[in-house]
Ligand binder design. Structure first.
Ligand code: ZN
Length: 180
């Protein structure tokens, strides 16, 4: 229920009253149907929905190819993190940019970066490419879950002007705290 409410709350924030957006309606139906059929990993449906929503508005993030050189971003050479540029919605290969690069932490919005753990990168790729109906099989720990939430919060806040924190997401956190 909380995930479904978050999805609806987000749509309410990014659309204008009485605007016809059939693609978003289809995405909503698909997300809620998949969520309804699932019995676990509910938050992944919201995360996958957020990525698809951004794509519908022309802000599809690219986690596969480097935003600088265009080559596939391969992992497995001992790196623990990769850089992700929020403005361009692109991940960077370690040849073009390392997460420790001091320029990444410049407060200038035009080069705003964040970092993504290798495990986080693997999960976000699956969130982007997987069928919504298969998300309940996607297992990851709370640390990666928090990383996804933070990445999506930064990404959506940048690309959707005036986006407010989701009330239903606060409820998520309270639930999380109360079960710790
Ligand atoms: Zn590169």
């Amino acid at each position: 229920m909380t995930t479904g409410l978050s999805v609806l709350e987000l749509i309410d924030q990014v659309t204008h009253h009485e605007e016809r957006t059939p693609a978003m309606f289809d995405l909503l139906v698909e997300t809620l149907s998949a969520l309804n059929a699932s019995t676990k990993n509910y938050q992944t449906y919201l995360q996958a929905f957020q990525l698809r929503l951004a794509a519908l508005f022309g802000y599809a993030p690219n986690f596969d190819a480097c935003g600088q050189c265009g080559k596939p971003v391969l992992i497995g050479n001992g790196e623990r993190q990769v850089a992700f540029q929020i403005v361009r919605g692109a991940v960077f290969c370690t040849k073009c940019c390392t997460p420790n690069d001091s320029s990444l932490h410049n407060s200038d919005q035009s080069i705003a970066f964040t970092t993504l753990s290798v495990q986080g990168l693997q999960i976000v790729r699956r969130l982007v490419h997987a069928q919504l109906s298969s998300l309940s099989t996607l297992e990851f720990d709370a640390r990666v879950g928090n990383e996804m939430n933070e990445l999506l919060r930064l990404y959506l806040r940048y690309h959707f002007d005036g986006l407010k924190p989701l009330k239903s997401a606060e409820f998520f956190q309270q639930q999380h705290i109360s079960t710790m």
